[in-house]
Design a protein around this ligand. Structure first.
Ligand code: 8YV
Length: 317
């Protein structure tokens, strides 16, 4: 008689989509780290035996967590961002890392475009105007046209390319900046971010987060974007020097900003809350039923592939 396979032990490090949590719990022996009063003490006493980690772009898996799990073989993360996962620590131990790229491209690009439209045409500002009775007293001020303008993309990756497609529907000229020009992209390449910012009416940040891109959008870049330029960020708050952004917005050195991400989420700089030329979203770019379901399925599929001895559907690195 064959010995039944032991159900793999998975450590879940933070809350996930409820439907995903339920399905993981049906398939694996899941333990919820976030329900432990003292996570560090739990890991020190019971870290051995977990072969998998289920996490998200938000909760990640840092070097300390990976070190506390001596039997860890696979990490499956809900999200495309890998900045909160210590990939070097995982690589050094031969731990497979799965994530959920592609399935969220549409919704993140849609959100980037909604921010472009909103910050220029001032739709949410005008909604506040109607709700507060402003319309009864007068007309809402004129806004800025979007169609036909120049859209610069920092990070022409999977999401950047979809944003460029959205822009073509608005007859916009598109240029981009990456570390290197891409051979399969027809849009113009700006050799430096400063050159791109200078050219752009809208500068959209679609690059990855992490150490390599930290603070890339500096005071100098914001000054190159200039008083008629808008900054859109759907990537990571860390890519922008947030204090420089607050200064540029409050002193009118850029026209406005549409932000889905911030450096210290869920904290948003107090100064931004008082400004009418910024649109502030609570990191919701991928938050639709359809996209979240697809991301949850990819988290499961990556784990299933690993435990079946197959390559992950989406492996990082
Ligand atoms: C996350 C994100 O899914 O995918 C990413 O990298 O930032 C979001 O889509 C969300 O923050 C949950 O961790």
């Amino acid at each position: 008689m064959k010995t039944p396979m032991k159900t793999p032990r998975i450590l879940q490090v933070g809350p996930l989509l409820p439907a995903l949590e339920a399905r993981l719990a049906q398939t694996y022996d899941v333990h919820l780290l976030h329900e432990e009063a003292d996570a560090k003490a739990f890991l020190a006493a019971h870290g051995a035996g977990f072969v998998g980690v289920a996490t998200s772009a938000r909760f990640g898996a840092d070097a300390a967590l990976i070190a506390a799990l001596p039997d860890l073989k696979v990490i499956s993360s809900f999200g495309v961002g890998l900045d909160a996962i210590d990939l070097d620590a995982a690589r050094a131990r031969g731990i497979a890392v799965g994530y959920t790229p592609d399935v969220l491209n549409d919704c993140v690009a849609d959100t980037a475009f909604a921010l472009v439209m909103d910050v220029a045409r001032r739709f949410t500002a005008s909604d506040r105007f109607v709700r507060s009775g402003g319309w009864l007293k007068g007309q809402f001020p004129l806004a800025t046209k979007v169609s036909g303008k120049r859209l610069g993309i920092l990070g022409m990756g999977r999401i950047g390319r979809v944003i460029a497609r959205r822009a073509s529907g608005f007859d916009m000229a598109v240029r981009y900046h990456n570390r290197k020009p891409l051979t399969d992209v027809d849009h113009g390449y700006a050799a430096t971010l400063e050159e791109l910012a200078e050219w752009s009416d809208f500068l959209v940040i679609a690059s990855a987060g992490g150490a390599e891109t930290r603070g890339l959008v500096s005071r100098e870049i914001l000054d190159a974007l200039g008083p008629q330029g808008y900054l859109i960020n759907i990537s990571r708050g860390t890519v922008v020097d947030e204090q420089a952004l607050v200064d540029a917005l409050t002193s009118g050195r850029i026209a406005g900003a549409g932000l889905d991400v911030f450096e210290h989420e869920p904290k948003v700089p107090q100064a931004l809350l008082a400004l009418d030329n910024v649109v502030l979203l609570p990191h919701l770019a991928s938050n639709t039923h359809e996209t979240r379901a697809a991301m949850g399925k990819r988290v499961e599929d990556n784990l299933a592939a690993f435990f079946a001895g197959r390559p992950l559907v989406s492996a990082a690195g």
